[in-house]
Ligand binder design. Structure first.
Ligand code: 173
Length: 318
């Protein structure tokens, strides 16, 4: 691809002109095709392919069966994949403080306005040779789902599936934690090797986990970040028109984050119909739960990099 673009630039006599030849990017998703956290990416890809004829196309080479979720960051960083749909929790090996994105209390639109987008992009560029394009998942909280009831915020005695998203919080509440990719949750529940799992408010029914899930613990906490990231070298080789197309596409898909509140309510209904009961922590236990989420969440980022933690906190929670 590099050669084609360089040729086009030379012929036009400028650095990468608006008439660079059509480029096809290799895309991958950390979430199984057609499931909740893959759908916005699919819509984005369709939008790009419709609006980008002759300019830029995306060919999705696969989901978690093609690139294991915790490897997606590496694949984009090295350029094996050009563009990916993945949560920052899956690439903490490359950008540990990326886990702060779940701690946002504002929206990606706010972050584009207050300069946070540039900060997050810069962190991605420096730590992992990746261009941060944008974010879906705003407005979707995370929950704990269980096969056994609890009546307090105490998780001791429970073995819970986590990712970095829930790690600090559940650990501080006494849980015994095992980290797995989403694709391993069903089997772990079926075999009884876990008593529950962390997962967002949406998507529990996608892979049949409702069959093995008895309770959802409320309140939810944090905010989902499913991020679109791109190999920085590939990004830098694009012409202005190609970059602009990707930016228009991501901003379009980000407007759909506003639908999440409504979808959360529909999902709660679906979970109830599937027999999942709600355990609502109240009073002091609710306080303990939410305080553990916030304080342990930020403490973990501060431990990684106090300066970046402060900068991120200022613009993700303004
Ligand atoms: O639980 C997870 O696998 C996880 O961390 C996550 C993050 C964003 C969306 C969906 C799942």
């Amino acid at each position: 691809m590099k050669r084609v673009l360089v040729c086009a630039a030379l012929m036009a006599g400028t650095a990468l002109s608006a008439h660079a030849e059509e480029v096809t990017l290799r895309g991958a998703s950390a979430f199984a095709s057609g499931t909740t956290f893959d759908r916005p990416f699919q819509a984005f890809v369709e939008w790009i392919n419709e609006n980008g004829e002759g300019v830029l196309q995306i060919n999705v080479v696969g989901g978690p069966e093609a690139v294991p979720p915790f490897e997606v960051g590496n694949a984009v960083s090295s350029g094996v994949i050009d563009i990916a749909n993945v949560t920052a929790a899956f690439y903490t090996n490359l950008l540990p403080e990326g886990d702060a994105l779940k701690l946002a209390t504002n929206t990606i639109q706010d972050q584009r306005e207050n300069g946070c987008y540039e900060l997050v992009d810069q962190l991605h560029q420096e730590a992992m040779n990746v261009k941060y394009l944008g974010r879906t998942g705003d407005g979707i909280p995370f929950h704990l789902y269980l096969t056994k009831p609890i009546d307090s915020a105490d998780l001791s005695g429970l073995t819970i599936r986590t990712t970095p998203v829930y790690q600090a919080m559940f650990e501080s509440l006494g849980g015994n934690l095992v980290r797995t990719a989403p694709g391993e949750v069903y089997t772990a529940l079926e075999r009884g090797t876990i008593d529950g799992y962390g997962w967002p408010a949406q998507g529990v029914l996608d892979l049949g986990w409702d069959e093995q899930t008895k309770y959802r613990v409320d309140p939810g906490f944090y905010q989902v970040d499913v991020d679109l990231i791109m190999n920085l070298d590939t990004w830098n080789e694009l012409g202005e028109e190609q970059k602009y197309l990707l930016q228009r596409g991501i901003k379009w898909i980000e407007t759909r984050n506003a639908e999440n509140e409504q979808i959360n309510a529909e999902e709660r209904e679906k979970q109830a119909q599937a027999g999942i009961e709600t355990i609502t922590l109240e009073g002091e236990e609710r306080e303990k739960w939410l305080t553990a989420a916030q304080e342990e969440g930020w403490a973990a980022i501060e431990k990684i990099d106090a300066e970046n933690a402060e900068k991120l906190r200022a613009c993700l929670t303004d």
